[in-house]
Design a protein around this ligand. Sequence first.
Ligand code: UDP
Length: 356
Amino acid sequence: MTTMANNSEKKRVLVSGGAGYIGSHVTVELIEAGYDVVVADNMSNCDMTCFEGVKKITGRDDIPFVKIDCCDADSVNKLFSDYRIDAVIHFAAFKAVGESVAEPIKYYRNNLDSFLNILEASKTHGGCNVLFSSSATVYGEAEKLPVTEESPRLPATSPYGNTKQICEDILRDVVSATASLSGSEGPVKGIALRYFNPIGAHPSALIGELPRGVPNNLVPFITQTAIGKRECLSIFGNDYPTEDGTCLRDYIDIVDLAKAHVAAVSRMLDGKMKKDYEIFNIGTGRPVSVYELVTKFEKVNGLKLNYKFAPRRPGDVVAIWADTALANEELGWKAERSVEDTLASAWAWEKHLAEK
Ligand code: UDP
């Protein structure tokens, strides 16, 4: 992985949505790799806990934080005028699948407008490198596993999933339309990272996932059950056509995932892209069942979890995991942390929250 060699040439990365779960871990890794970072967030789905944690981990009290809503074009423009931005990592989006089904207008407006504003500012401020946080949800219930970047994208089953597909397409089109721009307007180059299931927390236990209300995702539900905030974990479906009957997913450690962003940003900034728009799967390449994850969590943390088997959750795919060869070869990146260590970090984070 490339790191910045010379401080005087430090590149600056804008992390939109940088106070959230993935954004805060990415900010840490960028700073540790030698980049300057500007964090922008409207704080609609987080508080300052993680940003404060980022400052502690990096020992940097001076990380610029700008409270803006990326749906406001003027604010985004001002940000690009105030700072020279060499690359953007765009996380600022709503992410609750169920809510997106109930409130599609809210989701389409927020997730598309914010990205369009980032892209427009990227173009009009002389061009920029844009990394979009996409998702394995674009593959739907894939016919062939593991999925490669060439696997077909299937029709999205939720407005949330659809915004990921649409934003990928918007990025591809903007990259192509801006390729020959020069002068005050410039080309946008793009990478979409398709994440599998990000889990876990920073080894310091100073940053991690902070779901509001009842968690939708498996690991925060597990840790909240273990700490006693939830009575019982429901394992959704044990009659799937898998070995133990529960769904298979590719759980990727959050710090490994964050490091993939640094590798992708370095690729863009060091002029190593093979095409102006590229896509990479970011996963481990190893499927783990829900039941296996629960039992591993119990074993590694030495506790018993109260769980029961419950009916299938509508919209869940049976199985999905990544072919990671492209990311391994092109980004020089590989998931390294074991699922056990990741589950231990998730538990350490939950305990840290309980002590606060
Ligand atoms: N899951 C579960 N109980 C929960 C939450 C999730 O059994 O309380 C299962 C879910 O059905 C899926 C897997 O855990 O098979 C991962 O779900 P999650 O929502 O974390 O991520 P997804 O794969 O849906 O993006």
